[in-house]
Design a protein around this ligand. Structure first.
Ligand code: FMN
Length: 280
């Protein structure tokens, strides 16, 4: 993947856009988006397939629904994966990189894992029987104003807020909050994780810094993923990996992701180890 966008500006520019303007995305920009997507990869051992849908091209067919959540969108990107380890993290990583790339060009997106007609979109995007179809996003230029339901949703899930460092980041064990001084050169990458989007803004990522690197854990909200056939919060973990990885790469800090480096520390209830970023 060739990162051609500044990480902090793109992270700050991205937010869930649920109301889109009529302004079309020109053919050249759409081609550049598809080229960027073709160049995508991820640090997990799983492949992500991208699917495109242009509602303008669906003549005579019923428009696909998002339960009134998304308005005015003409284009969608869908993702599919196989049922294999780390596939959800891989989707989180890759689609978030696409969203940051688009945000940097003023193009809006919105992660949709729940509020879309999954069967309708699956058929329109030719999703195969053996594929898992976890998330889609509309993309396009944002409308001047948010729609009423969107404003209400944002308030309800406190979409503009993020948890403090002391709730998310720890030093050597889960009893010691990490300070920015202890984080040192990794402060920026962790701050980028903190600002990431997540399903219902639950921010499930917890990170423990040790001598070897950063160990990422998932706070699994009891019952939250029950309505999905998979753990949707694993996608959030992949999004965290994306923000962290883009940030360390921008700062030239060498390291890589592994999934078999579970540190020997005790973790609280409802927390699961997911992966580590270890220094090279
Ligand atoms: C995996 C995932 C699934 C999501 N599913 C939905 C959804 O179904 N409907 C929706 O309106 N927003 C959805 N969101 C958007 C979140 O609510 C949003 O990212 C969060 O509230 C933070 O707001 P922001 O994106 O504007 O920063 C989802 C986000 C993620 C990461």
């Amino acid at each position: 993947m060739n990162i051609q966008f500044p990480v902090q500006e793109s992270v700050n520019a991205r937010y869930s856009v649920r109301n889109y303007s009529d302004r079309p995305i020109d053919a050249e920009t759409r081609q550049a988006i598809e080229d960027f997507i073709s160049s995508m990869d991820n640090p997990f051992a799983s492949q992500v397939k991208f699917h495109y849908l242009d509602q303008n091209a669906m003549q005579g067919q019923e428009k696909l629904g998002t339960y009134g959540v998304i308005k005015g969108a003409k284009q969608y990107i869908g993702t599919t994966i196989k049922s294999e380890p780390e596939a959800l993290e891989a989707v989180g990583y890759e689609l978030e990189a696409v969203m940051l790339y688009l945000a940097n060009q003023g193009i809006g997106t919105c992660w949709l894992g729940g509020t879309f007609d999954r069967a309708g979109f699956a058929s329109a995007m030719n999703v195969g029987e053996d594929e898992i179809f976890p998330v889609i996003t509309p993309y396009g230029y944002p409308a001047a104003k948010k729609h009423v339901k969107e404003v209400m949703m944002r308030k309800l899930i406190k979409a503009d807020q993020r948890k403090d460092w002391k709730e998310l980041f720890f030093y050597n064990d889960f009893n010691t909050a990490l300070t920015t001084a202890q984080a040192g050169e990794l402060e920026f990458a962790l701050e980028m994780v903190r600002l990431a989007p997540s399903a219902s803004n639950k921010q499930p990522w917890r990170v423990v810094l040790t001598d070897t690197g950063c160990h990422f854990y998932e706070y699994k909200e009891p019952g939250y993923s029950d309505r999905f056939p998979y753990d949707i919060q694993r996608i959030d973990m992949g999004i965290a990996a994306c923000h962290f990885d883009l940030a360390v790469k921008e700062k030239n800090i060498a390291g890589h992701f592994v999934t078999d480096n579970k540190p020997d520390i005790i973790w609280p209830a409802n927390i699961e180890y997911v992966f580590s970023w270890v220094r090279d």
